[in-house]
Design a protein around this ligand. Structure first.
Ligand code: 13P
Length: 252
């Protein structure tokens, strides 16, 4: 069975002292929970101090973006080698905020995804539609394009080392979460497409997590859907007690 994955995307929040305090609070609240993978994704500047604070902890460390080259004249960028050097095992790729504000394309996301795999990082590939696209009945088409674009040329054997995050843009930071049924419908489509790309067995192994206004009060209902394998949490991951409650979801 797929192990649920709960990842916190801290976005552009938390100076180093705040980051250390947050992760220490989280460690204290979480204790040990079997059967769930938990990851925090601080901003680049806080990666080393969070890695240090997470030493001997079962909580994993991830980054929010990276470049695809391992080094080079790319001012302002951070490479997969550098992330691994900081103790990262995961990297969020293709987040809608990167697509929207920084011109990230499916082609670049694909390059990054290949590079992540090459450097033994677990990519969390983000895909999702805008409100206008949903209202125009184009959700599946948009998600499909981003999925196939991001995964282009990735062999089936790599599938189990990739997580997909379905994050409808209209649900991000808005407090308006997708209903469990809306999310499950898209997740079911994603898995069907993965089965076509990689075969049934591999598709069954891929974690498909939901992101968009995930909170302590809606996580249980989301996780009750068999096709929802976890969550990518923004705002609520900045509060230790809220994130801990999300990690301690109950299957209702
Ligand atoms: P919120 O949980 O703040 O809606 O953010 C979701 C998100 O973008 C996670 O990557």
């Amino acid at each position: 069975m797929r192990k649920p994955l709960i990842a916190g995307n801290w976005k552009m929040y938390q100076t180093t002292p705040d980051a250390v305090a947050l992760v220490k609070g989280l460690k204290g609240l979480l204790g040990q929970r079997e059967g769930v993978e938990v990851v925090v994704c601080p901003p680049f500047t806080a990666l080393p101090v969070v890695a240090e604070a997470l030493k001997d902890s079962w909580i994993g460390l991830g980054a929010q973006n990276m470049h695809w080259e391992k080094e080079g004249a790319y001012t302002g960028e951070v490479s997969p080698v550098m992330l691994a050097d900081c103790g990262c095992r995961y990297v969020i790729l293709g987040h809608s905020e990167r697509r929207q504000y920084f011109g990230e394309t499916d082609m670049n996301v694909n390059r990054k995804l290949r590079a992540a795999l090459e450097h033994k990082l677990i990519p969390i590939l983000c895909i999702g539609e805008t409100l206008a696209e949903r209202e125009g009945g184009r959700t599946i088409q948009v998600v499909d394009g981003q999925l196939q674009g991001g995964l282009s040329g990735i062999p089936a054997g790599a599938g189990a080392g990739i997580a997909v995050a379905y994050e409808p843009i209209w649900a991000i930071g808005t407090g308006r979460t997708a209903t469990p049924e809306q999310a499950a419908e898209v997740h079911t489509f994603i898995r069907k497409r993965l089965a076509e790309l990689w075969g049934e067995a591999m598709a069954t192994a891929v974690r498909i997590v939901y992101g968009g206004s995930v909170k302590p009060d809606n996580i249980d209902a989301l996780m009750a859907e068999p096709e929802i394998d976890g969550a990518l949490v923004g705002g609520a991951s900045l509060k230790a007690d809220a994130f801990a409650r999300i990690v301690q979801f109950e299957k209702v």
